[in-house]
Design a protein around this ligand. Structure first.
Ligand SMILES: *Cc1c(COP(=O)(O)O)cnc(C)c1O
Length: 356
């Protein structure tokens, strides 16, 4: 039996994507070879990469100003690669401190230039999004995390600024329509909403590159990857393929409009249930709640273990909060069926009645 998968990442993927990916490991497109045993410079893999890049552009509705890359490493690699390519020694970049991933990005950026933290919600454990802040015009870029996976907050608007926008979209990429054209650089580790661990999607508007004076190691220089069409060296072929299958699935299901509709349905159901049961305590400011990761607690925290045990007994996994914040978290990514949220809500009502 398939579990109800509320994992925060790596996380649930569409069942048909898993089926197709497993078939490709044995016999890729009837070549008589595994996807894992063909060269990345074959036409076979070249078509995979080209289709994946084109699908990203199509879903994001981007034109020729932007380049799409599939790069090694998780989003954490981008914490370093972004400032290495965009921020020179002595220059200033603006960063939002809205969660632990943003904090990590700030730490890495300081290795390359100066960081100006223009907005911070640290005073309340990152339980809200700071919306009113100014970005000095001499900042090289503004970096923020669109969805804070750990804390359960999400930006429901794009910040207004005159400097290039850089966003870590790891945990809400492709979950809803979005004006991607407003961004100078977007990155996302694939393992939350668009595939398997091991590959990063990076989308770059050309004009943000080529401005720093430092020498950049070849493999870290975005321009080399653009020139090579994401085939500068051996890419993580399997992770790219799973991303392609997931992108095809998103398109087939109705694209970002449909993903956004489903995300709202799931989140409305979950939060309405949460708000109707005073037994549980929401953690995040209502207007900043994430559609992807819902964080909450139980009024008597010692009951959390029993709650988690009951989840486990009912085939539900991934409900324990991140180790840095504790509590509970239900992640509701693109591939999570509404029926899993219905089961969770049923269990929450049942548990609250039992202990109230
Ligand atoms: C998971 C996550 C990361 C880290 O991704 P890795 O692939 O483990 O480096 C960074 N940012 C956000 C928003 C995330 O959700």
């Amino acid at each position: 039996m398939k579990m109800h998968n509320f994992n925060s990442g790596p996380s649930i993927l569409p069942q048909e994507v898993l089926q197709q990916a497993s078939e490709a490991i044995i016999n890729f497109n009837n070549t008589g070879l595994s996807l894992l045993e063909i060269g990345h410079r074959t036409n076979w893999f070249g078509e995979v990469m080209t289709e994946a890049i084109n699908l990203v552009k199509e879903l994001m509705q981007l034109g020729s100003d932007h380049d799409v890359l599939f790069l090694h490493g998780g989003a954490s690699t981008q914490f370093m690669q972004v400032p290495m390519n965009l921020l020179d020694d002595g220059e200033i970049a603006a960063y939002c401190d809205n969660g632990i991933w943003g904090v990590k990005a700030i730490k890495e950026a300081k290795l390359f230039g100066n960081v100006n933290v223009v907005a911070s919600s640290k005073d309340k454990n990152h339980s809200y999004i700071v919306k009113d802040f100014a970005v000095p015009a001499d900042s090289k870029y503004l970096h923020y995390t669109t969805n804070n996976t750990v804390e359960g907050t999400e930006w429901h608007h794009i910040p207004e600024t005159t400097v290039p926008l850089v966003a870590d979209m790891s945990s809400d990429i492709f979950s809803r329509p979005f004006d991607f054209s407003k961004f100078g650089l977007i990155y996302a580790g694939a393992q939350k909403n668009m595939g398997a661990a091991g590959v990063n999607l990076v989308v770059i508007r050309k004009d943000v590159l080529g401005k720093v004076k430092r020498p950049i190691p070849s493999i870290m220089d975005y321009r080399n990857h653009i020139e090579a069409g994401s085939l500068l060296n051996t890419p993580p072929v399997f992770a790219v393929y799973v991303a392609l299958l997931t992108l095809r699935w998103i398109k087939k299901e109705g694209g970002l409009v449909e993903m956004g509709k489903r995300a709202k349905e799931r989140a409305d159901l979950f939060y309405n249930t949460l708000d109707a049961l005073p037994f549980y305590t929401p953690i995040v400011a209502r207007e900043d709640r994430s559609l992807m990761n819902a964080t909450f607690g139980i009024q008597q925290p010692e009951q959390e273990k029993e709650f988690l045990d009951l989840c486990k007994a009912n085939g539900m996994v991934g409900v324990k909060g991140h180790r840095s914040v504790g509590g509970l978290r239900v992640s509701m990514y693109n591939a999570l069926p509404l029926s899993s949220v219905e089961e969770m809500c049923k269990l929450m009502r049942h548990f609250a009645e039992k202990y109230a």
